[in-house]
Write a protein that binds this ligand. Structure first.
Ligand code: NAD
Ligand code: IPM
Ligand code: MN
Length: 355
């Protein structure tokens, strides 16, 4: 029996609605594969912020430090400014635990209607199955900058982006390594035609790392053209590496191309494993549907599968992704974002039956 101690941070809105399904799936698949999960649940959220003035306690990272992994729902809720909730919890965890890779797979599943006519299911010829490798701790997400002359006609805001040789190199090496393992190609998202310092530097480093990984075919695309190609020809992509902001935008776009942002998972990886990694759906707390019990749990469940893989249980992870594929291909039970009428718990129950 293998044991894993997991930190659960349900968070706000539908974050707290999709995490229990992920936990149910973990327990079910764990029982079959001889994996014993124990959990520590944290109420860190906007609700806590309104009550106690902070999203998490001062030693929050210290409390997570000894866990094998972190599973998070989502944070952010009306009434608390987004920069407060995110810079008070999500971003400190990603940075503090050096989770510099944000791995976001995309797959068109059989049985899910992509809004694109041409998008065939992943796994068949011409099918859509790729992964966005998002730089997760630097780049455009920075606290450097400021605002001047508030409320005057001369008001201005300045926001700096920080790209370091070490930070870009390590995420590029991860992406090239992943492309090599998949036997695929790498596409780098850039904007070196419009942004004159950071992205030309990014491009130079891509060329440098490509020379170190000569077996991987690669190219680069400007982010504007790349966004269009995600829609026009998503099947051509395999590994797409992008800066923090570009990767954020591309991963929601890719999720929508694959049928719903409710399906898409993310792994915030600390590849050196000197800190816990964090797994969370790509989507947010969705205040517009929170409290109705209709959130799609698949993004959280697929994130739990990525956690299983990271913890050394690829067969258990595959059982979970196979169950996701089966519930979509073999049944018409699904949540409203996928055109169905099922609740979160009905959809989860059907998936558990097939697991
Ligand atoms: P969102 O992802 O919460 O919602 C965007 C749209 O997608 C909404 O219409 C929502 O109903 C729908 N949607 C998202 N997940 C779904 C699911 N599982 N099932 C069905 N429909 C789903 O993005 P937003 O509206 O930009 O952000 C809402 C809040 O969440 C903000 O406070 C934002 O900062 C926060 N947020 C947090 C995270 C995180 O914690 N990782 C990620 C993204 C956004
Ligand atoms: C995500 C989210 C976060 C991000 C926000 C909420 C700060 O959109 O995880 O994709 O941009 O990283
Ligand atoms: Mn996002």
């Amino acid at each position: 029996m293998t044991r894993h101690h997991i930190a659960l941070i349900p968070g706000d809105g539908i974050g707290a609605e999709v995490l229990p399904p992920a936990q149910q799936v973990l327990d079910a698949v764990g029982a079959r594969h001889g994996i014993d999960f124990t959990y520590a649940t944290y109420d860190w959220s906007c609700e806590r912020y309104l009550r106690e003035g902070a999203m998490m306690p001062a030693d929050g990272l210290g409390q997570l430090r000894d866990k094998d992994a972190i599973l998070l729902g989502a944070v952010g809720y009306p009434g608390v400014p987004d920069h407060v909730s995110l810079w008070g919890l999500l971003i400190p965890i990603r940075r503090g635990f050096r989770q510099y890779v944000n791995l976001r797979p995309i797959r068109v599943f059989e049985g899910v209607d992509s809004p694109l006519r041409a998008a065939a299911p992943g796994g068949v010829d011409g099918g859509v199955e790729f992964v966005v490798v998002r730089e997760n701790v630097e780049g455009e997400y920075s606290e450097i900058g400021g605002r001047l002359n508030r409320g005057t006609p001369e008001e201005l805001a300045v926001q700096e982006a920080v790209f370091t040789r070490a930070g870009v190199t390590r995420v590029l090496d991860f992406a090239f390594g992943l492309a090599a393992r998949r036997g695929g190609t790498l596409t780098s998202a850039t904007k070196s035609n419009g942004i004159v310092h950071t992205l030309p530097f990014w491009d130079e480093l891509v060329a440098e790392r490509a020379a170190v990984h000569p077996g991987v075919a690669w190219d680069q695309e400007h982010i504007d053209a790349l966004a269009a190609k995600f829609v026009l020809d998503p099947a051509r992509f395999d590994v797409v590496v992008a800066s923090n902001l570009f990767g954020d935008i591309l991963s929601d776009l890719a999720a929508a191309v694959a049928g719903s942002i409710g399906i898409a998972p993310a792994a915030n990886l600390n590849p050196e494993r000197d800190f816990p990694s964090m797994f969370e759906p790509v989507h947010g707390s969705a205040p517009d549907i929170a409290g109705q019990g209709i959130a799609n749990p698949l993004g959280a469940i697929w994130s739990a599968a990525m956690m299983l893989d990271h913890l050394g249980h690829p067969e258990a992870a595959k059982d979970v992704t196979d169950a996701i594929a089966a519930v979509l291909a073999k049944t018409d039970v699904r949540t409203p974002d996928l055109g169905g009428g099922a609740t979160t718990s009905e959809f989860t129950g059907k998936l558990l039956d097939l697991l």
